[in-house]
Structures are given as structure tokens and as C-alpha cells.
Design a binder for this molecule. Structure first.
Ligand code: CP3
Length: 342
């Protein structure tokens, strides 16, 4: 039995407790304790592929920040790598794929990943579950097929993602072939994460916002739905950054929780997503304000969610230059906010 299960109970809409809180990208980025382990490891990929180290940095925010859930330390880009496309993590620059997908032959050469291809993540999950000793639940995750597709075509970050979008317009059948392979790999991987002990799964669709509503339906939502349907065993959260236009359709997804970014108005989202638990959605930049500002902004967010089932979080990942005391202030303000005050 979990000692603190308020996050999971909220995700299943069974909660009468206070609002649970965790932060996207809470592992790494802001903690000096993370940077120390990261330095010892030498590079990001060593950290991700060494279960003992991944376990250590996964638990750090639980100990140091007091969040109500842990998220396994890994990256969404382990999937393309398991399919045969190796990534590199360049200091201060981010991920780069030396080889990208350019044509049908490249797609045919990709392998459909099995859970065992990512044994190091599964081992990190098993180890972390043991080390957490039932203190808080552990979140597993993967990128949404569309976001992974974008990285595999572009080879890294991009302002326009025009190469990835070009394929949707010029070779839609090829795009579906690749999206299918990514989806199958992701299902195998997430099933492995559940077997290894993940209590809830979150799907990150970081580049949802660059598609038109029609394209989003055809090239992204359809595959997210497939993943959710294939894994009925645990609650699932879908976070589609920028997909304000798809909220009504997301209300129909077979998942329990929808993550909101800060552009999505809360009052409107409660109506459009009436059957979902909502997660989010404070602007990560709000944490640059004074402690007083952070408290006010956080309470304002909680007031707006009101009695709608809610998990407090940011509207996207923490930025690396956020001060730890501001993050703690956000978390403590959520914890202190009394339901009776609503
Ligand atoms: O949430 C957590 O704390 C768990 C770990 C986690 C990481 N990446 C570790 C990481 C998670 C959930 C991710 C997801 C991820 N990775 C996403 C989706 C979420 C989002 O932010 O939209 C995306 C798009 C990526 C791809 C990625 N990985 C980028 C663009 C970068 C470079 C810039 C950055 O975010 O720092 C990474 C590197 C990365 N992934 C770091 C961490 C802690 C920084 C690496 C370092 O230690 O130098």
C-alpha cells in the first residue's frame, strides 16, 4: 500500500484530499544535487542508461521538494534509439540525431522496439519502486508518436518543424507508416513500464501545437488513442502542449487525466474537458516572480480550478534557471491551500 496515494486517487477521480502536486521536469534541471550526480556520470546518456543513477535522481525531488509523485528519469528520445536511430545529447544545445529519416527505405529499416530493447529503463523503474518503498507513486512516460516523429525527421529541435510537416503534406502514407511503427514500439515499451512497476503513464505531445486541427486529429490523436486503448491497466495522462483546439476531442480519449498548458483557459477547459481530471497549468515563468508573487499566482490557479478534479503542476516543464525556493513555494502553497477555503 502506498503511504501517499493522493496523486493516484486524484488521477482516478476518487479524491477527497487536498490537491496533489508534482512538476514536469522535476528530476534534473534545477537541483544542485542533480548536477552533482550528472557530473559524476559524465553525460546525460550515462545517467539515463545506468539504473542506479537514474533511480537516485528520480527520488531527489521527492526528498528535497516534497512532491506527491516521482517521474522516472529518462527521455522521450529513447524510443527512436531503440528503433535504430541513435540520439546524442549536446551540452547546452539539446538532442541531435546524426542520421534522420528521409525516405521509405529509412522507415522500412527501422525496427519495432520491444520492451526488452529498453531494459535499462525497466530496470530503473524496478529499482526506483523498491527504493521509494511505497512513499509516493511512480510515473512512467513516453513521447506521443507525432512528437517522436518530428524529432526523427528533423534530427533535433526546430522553430518551424517544416521538414516534419512537409512529409504530412507530400507523403501522408509514408508518415502513417512511420507513425504506426512508433506507436507499436511505444505500446510495447509502456506495457513493459507497467510490468516493471509504473503506477501511471503520461504521454508528452510537446509539438501538438504546430498542427492544424484536422492534421492533429489524423496524425496525432488517432495514435494517442491507440496507445491509451492498448494499456487499460493503469491511469493515463495526455499532455498535448498547444492543442487548445483539440480539447473537446480529448474529452473523448480513453485516458483519465488531461494536462493543460498555460494558454488554455481554466474555466473553458473545465467545460470542454468535463469528464477528465485536469493537470497543470501555471506558466513556468511565474516562478521567476518573488515568493509573494508565486504564492498569489498559485492560489489564483487553484481558485480557478475550484472543485474540478485537479492535479497541480506547471503548464510545461520547469525551466533550468528556476530557483529552488520558488519551486518549493509553489509546492507548499498547493499543500497549504485548504479545500474548505474554496
Ligand atoms: O520530468 C522529469 O523530470 C523526468 C525526466 C524527463 C527528461 N526529459 C529528462 C531530461 C522527461 C519527462 C523528459 C521529456 C522530454 N524530453 C520531452 C517532453 C517534455 C517537454 O519538455 O516538452 C522532450 C521534448 C524531450 C527532449 C529533450 N530532452 C530536449 C529538447 C532536451 C534538451 C533541453 C532540455 O530540456 O534540457 C532534453 C534533455 C533532457 N531531458 C534533460 C533532462 C533532465 C537535460 C539534460 C542535462 O542534464 O543536461
Amino acid at each position: 500500500m502506498l503511504q501517499n496515494d493522493i496523486f493516484l486517487r486524484a488521477a482516478k477521480n476518487q479524491s477527497k484530499d487536498r490537491t496533489p502536486v508534482w512538476l514536469m521536469r522535476q528530476a534534473g534541471r534545477i537541483l544542485p544535487e542533480y548536477r552533482k550526480v550528472r557530473e559524476q556520470a559524465g553525460d546525460f546518456k550515462t545517467l539515463v542508461t545506468t539504473p542506479e543513477l537514474a533511480c537516485e535522481v528520480t527520488i531527489q525531488p521527492v526528498d528535497i521538494l516534497g512532491v506527491d509523485a516521482a517521474i522516472i528519469f529518462s527521455d522521450i528520445l529513447v524510443i527512436p534509439e531503440a528503433m535504430g536511430l541513435i540520439y546524442e545529447m549536446e551540452e547546452r544545445k539539446g538532442p541531435v540525431f546524426p542520421k534522420v529519416i528521409q525516405n521509405e527505405a529509412d522507415i522500412k529499416n527501422l525496427h519495432i522496439a520491444e520492451a526488452g530493447d529498453l531494459q535499462y529503463v525497466l530496470d530503473a523503474i524496478t529499482l526506483t519502486k523498491k527504493a521509494l518503498n511505497n512513499r509516493v507513486p511512480l510515473i512512467g512516460f513516453a513521447g506521443a508518436p507525432w512528437t517522436i516523429f518530428s524529432y526523427m525527421i528533423e534530427g533535433g529541435g526546430s522553430k518551424t518543424f517544416s521538414k516534419a510537416k512537409k512529409m504530412l503534406y507530400t507523403h501522408p502514407a509514408l508518415a502513417h507508416l512511420l507513425l504506426d511503427k512508433i506507436t507499436e514500439s511505444t505500446i510495447n515499451y509502456l506495457k513493459g513500464q507497467v510490468k516493471a512497476g509504473a503506477d501511471l503513464l503520461q504521454i508528452f505531445d510537446s509539438w501538438a501545437g504546430i498542427l492544424s486541427p484536422e492534421q492533429y486529429r489524423e496524425f496525432s490523436l488517432k495514435y494517442i488513442r491507440k496507445i491509451c486503448e492498448a494499456i487499460p491497466d493503469v491511469p493515463k495522462t495526455v499532455f498535448a502542449k498547444g492543442a487548445f483546439f483539440a480539447r473537446q476531442e480529448m474529452n473523448q480519449l480513453p485516458c483519465q487525466v488531461i494536462g493543460l498548458d498555460w494558454n488554455m483557459e481554466i474555466a473553458e477547459s473545465k467545460v470542454m474537458l468535463f469528464s477528465k481530471v485536469l493537470q497543470g497549468n501555471l506558466d513556468p515563468c511565474a516562478l521567476y516572480g518573488s515568493l509573494e508573487d508565486v504564492r498569489r499566482e498559485t492560489r489564483n490557479m487553484l481558485d480557478q480550478f475550484g472543485h474540478h478534479p485537479h492535479i497541480a503542476n506547471l503548464g510545461h516543464g520547469l525551466y533550468p534557471d528556476t530557483e529552488v525556493d520558488k519551486v518549493k513555494c509553489f509546492i507548499d502553497t498547493v499543500k497549504e491551500y485548504s479545500v474548505t477555503l474554496r
